[in-house]
Design a protein around this ligand. Structure first.
Ligand SMILES: Nc1ncnc2c1ncn2[C@@H]1O[C@H](COP(=O)(O)OP(=O)(O)OP(=O)(O)O)[C@@H](O)[C@H]1O
Ligand SMILES: [Mg+2]
Length: 286
């Protein structure tokens, strides 16, 4: 059996001592870095939260003030002014609808941020969902004489997704496309297989488009770009960030390409249903 003399023993213990010190120094350094990173992250999160609350309060106050103002005016109207009564009631209804949409959106955003948004995934066909979304935007598109073309690949596999949430994403994206496209424009929908067990849903328009800075604004909660085309507050500014977060919750993603004055293309990647392997942990990297 091989034995080590005192010299070896000393060298070994020295190396052990050095590596021990070295290890401790690295651990200390790592802990301090982690502590700093956590501090910065917490500061950012708290700043983002305060900004969100400030924005939210502002957004809620606007329609509420309209409701209070028009109700006051309504209460002072004479019975002989039915046209005014109907006009003011219309404004109140509009503001109340906006308020409800805002509250629903805020609930979704806070649920997503708290990590408590539950999605109920199942095998779904996209065609009937797209059809019902197109029906919803049809009236607005007709009003603006916008042509809407939709194409679904015949080979398209089923998706593994929550049908209600997919509908929510598509109504917002198709709604945006119609809303931000001038009269006689074009809106398109295309569903086709993508790589790595994913399907891509693309919504395109030849409307107002956005600059790179505008896109950053648009992806933030309450971010609405002043295009000079659409009056502010037709919408809540929550649709895009919620759609992106919902796509991510499905293990997919949402990408937005746009050019000012040319149009916008939004692509949503969603996982395909695989009866052998539920793509529970599938993550698409972009
Ligand atoms: N297809 C598009 N073309 C041009 N601008 C767009 C398009 N889609 C979104 N935007 C810009 O991004 C902003 C944010 O869009 P988002 O869907 O989040 O909110 P919104 O449509 O204003 O309100 P809502 O919460 O009702 O969806 C819009 O207000 C608009 O300025
Ligand atoms: Mg929208």
């Amino acid at each position: 059996m091989r034995t080590f003399g005192p010299r070896w023993f000393k060298t070994d213990s020295l190396i052990a001592e050095y590596s021990d010190h070295f290890g401790q120094a690295i651990t200390r350094q790592k802990q301090s870095l982690a502590l700093n990173a956590a501090k910065v992250e917490a500061e950012l999160a708290s700043k983002a939260k305060s900004e969100f609350i400030a924005n939210m309060s502002h957004e809620l106050r606007t329609p509420l003030n309209a409701i209070i103002g028009f109700s006051d005016m309504l209460s002072t109207l004479k019975i002989s002014e039915p046209a005014r009564v109907s006009q003011y009631s219309g404004y109140i209804k509009q503001a109340a609808d906006h308020l409800l949409a805002l509250i629903n959106g805020i609930l979704d955003v806070t649920k997503i941020q708290a990590g408590s948004m539950v999605i109920e995934r199942q095998a779904i066909d996209i065609a009937p969902i797209v059809e019902s979304c197109l029906l919803i935007i049809e009236a607005k598109a007709k009003e603006k004489d916008i042509m809407v073309a939709s194409e679904i690949d015949v080979e398209l596999p089923q998706l593994y997704a929550d049908p209600l949430r997919i509908k929510q994403i598509l109504i917002n994206l198709l709604g945006n496309a119609v809303k931000f496209t001038p009269s006689k424009g074009r809106v398109g929908f295309l569903a086709s297989p993508a790589s790595e067990g994913f399907v891509s849903l693309t919504i395109s328009d030849n409307g107002t488009g956005m600059t790179v800075g505008d896109i950053e604004t648009a992806m933030r909660p309450f971010g609405q770009v002043d295009s000079g085309f659409n009056k502010k507050h037709e919408g809540t500014g929550l649709g895009l960030p919620i759609s992106a977060a919902l796509a991510k919750l499905h293990g997919g993603s949402l990408t937005l390409n746009s050019e000012k004055g040319k149009g916008t293309r939004v692509t949503v990647f969603l996982p395909v249903y695989d009866r052998n392997h539920h793509p529970e942990n599938a993550q698409r990297r972009h």
